[in-house]
Write a protein that binds this ligand. Structure first.
Ligand code: GTP
Length: 382
């Protein structure tokens, strides 16, 4: 990362200023090998003049990137060292490296903010090859939400049209895209990449005409294709709200159109998503301020008398017969009113029976006694 990052004051990263106009953060996501890095390079070239992009590489495992990154995670975290030190495999290493980077999130956001002040209108963020590492990790979440609460943020999902030509692969890709869309809650653009190798019109046909996709599926007779058929019905609504654009990251075809779509997404962020993130920003701010507020005193002096302000529960003295328990629903034996009533009835019945028995014994004893008295009286008379 750029020199002097540690000198950035954390207080400078203020949530109180509201979501800024710039830079617009463009998070580039996509399956491994879909062409994210090549796409990022091409997007930088096409946007350079107008948007002067600030470029971030968040892939700690890549050997080299074909663009000049302003912020490169590899300068902050040594991925190989992380793997060695924590005895991790490649994916564990990437997750841990991202987690380590996230501890510098405040400084990172501050760098992005300053870049906006210096005239960078866009901030393009290239992400790790293993998409799930970013989309389903806590650090990926922190980075995405952190950026979206401070800057207009959109997601560009890069999809390889050559690999997606198989309907089931296409469907897996779409399910992934769908899950990311709902998880990030950000404007979402699908870049259909590698159109220099294969025309992407089939994707648009499959997305707009259910019958055409079913015909393509007919070719595949497997359990997966049956599952895909069912899934495709569900994804119809998702397709309706999805913007796609064919590009070739290699030749640069389609990027003029893609940039127009990105600008539409920014308008969409302002209109539909900004209020949601504004609310989230205010909540974060309130949390920050609550954490900074000094703890209220336990007592206030009122006319020389200390008035306790909170309920203070002290442990009861031992053997006092009075205990305080912290109870959780699962731990507390559930009291059942019906059972209690039944128990009371049983008790009442029991005591009535008891009484009956006692009076029976008593009357029996009395009868016995009177018999004995009568016998004794007869004996004495005779
Ligand atoms: N023909 C063609 N090849 C492409 C295009 N975009 C990317 N590639 C190639 O696809 C391969 C993968 O591209 P990358 O940019 O490394 O893809 P990535 O998604 O960043 O890869 P990981 O980060 O490793 O997951 C490379 O060989 C690229 O040259 C394209 O538009 N057309």
């Amino acid at each position: 990362m750029a020199a002097g990052v540690d000198s950035i004051k954390m207080e400078a990263l203020s949530l109180s200023e509201g979501i800024r106009e710039a830079p617009v953060c463009i998070i580039v996501l996509g399956m491994a090998g879909s062409g994210k890095t090549t796409f990022t390079r091409s997007l930088i070239q096409h946007a350079q003049e107008k948007f002067n992009p600030y470029v971030v590489n968040l892939d700690p495992a890549c050997r080299e990137v074909p663009y000049a990154a302003h912020v490169d995670i590899r300068d902050t975290v040594n991925y190989r060292e992380v793997m060695k030190q924590y005895q991790l495999g490649p994916n564990g290493g990437i997750v841990t490296a991202l987690n380590m980077f996230t501890t510098k999130m405040a400084q990172f956001a501050e760098l992005v903010r300053r870049a906006g002040e210096r005239g960078h209108k866009w901030c393009i963020i290239d992400t790790p090859g293993q998409i799930e590492v970013f989309t389903w990790s806590a650090s990926g979440n922190i980075i995405t939400e952190g950026l979206a609460t401070m800057f207009p943020t959109i997601v560009v999902y890069v999809m390889d049209v050559v690999r997606s030509a198989c309907p089931t692969t296409f469907m897996s890709n779409m399910l992934y895209a769908c899950s990311i869309l709902y998880k990030t809650r950000l404007p979402f653009l699908v870049a259909l990449n590698k159109i220099d190798l294969k025309d992407c019109s089939y994707v648009q046909d499959w997305m707009t005409d259910f019958e055409v996709f079913q015909d393509a599926l007919e070719q595949e007779q497997s359990f997966v294709s049956n599952l895909t058929r069912t899934m495709s019905l569900t994804l119809d609504t998702f397709y309706e709200n999805l913007t796609t654009c064919g590009v070739s990251a290699k030749t640069g075809v389609g990027f003029a159109q893609l940039i127009k779509h990105i600008l539409d997404c920014v308008v969409e962020y302002d209109k539909d998503y900004k209020p949601v993130y504004e609310k989230m920003r205010k909540e974060r701010l309130a949390e920050q301020q609550a954490a900074l507020c000094p703890k209220p005193p336990d007592n206030v002096e009122e006319a020389g008398v200390a008035v306790p302000l909170g309920l203070k529960l002290n442990d009861p003295p031992p053997n006092s017969g009075n205990s305080i328990f912290l109870m959780a629903p699962g731990l507390v034996p559930q009291s059942n009113e019906e059972e209690e009533v039944e128990d009371m009835e049983e008790d009442a019945k029991g005591s009535a029976e008891d009484q009956n028995f006692q009076s029976f014994v008593q009357s029996h004893l009395t009868a016995q006694q009177s018999k004995r008295d009568k016998l004794l009286q007869e004996q004495s008379q005779s």
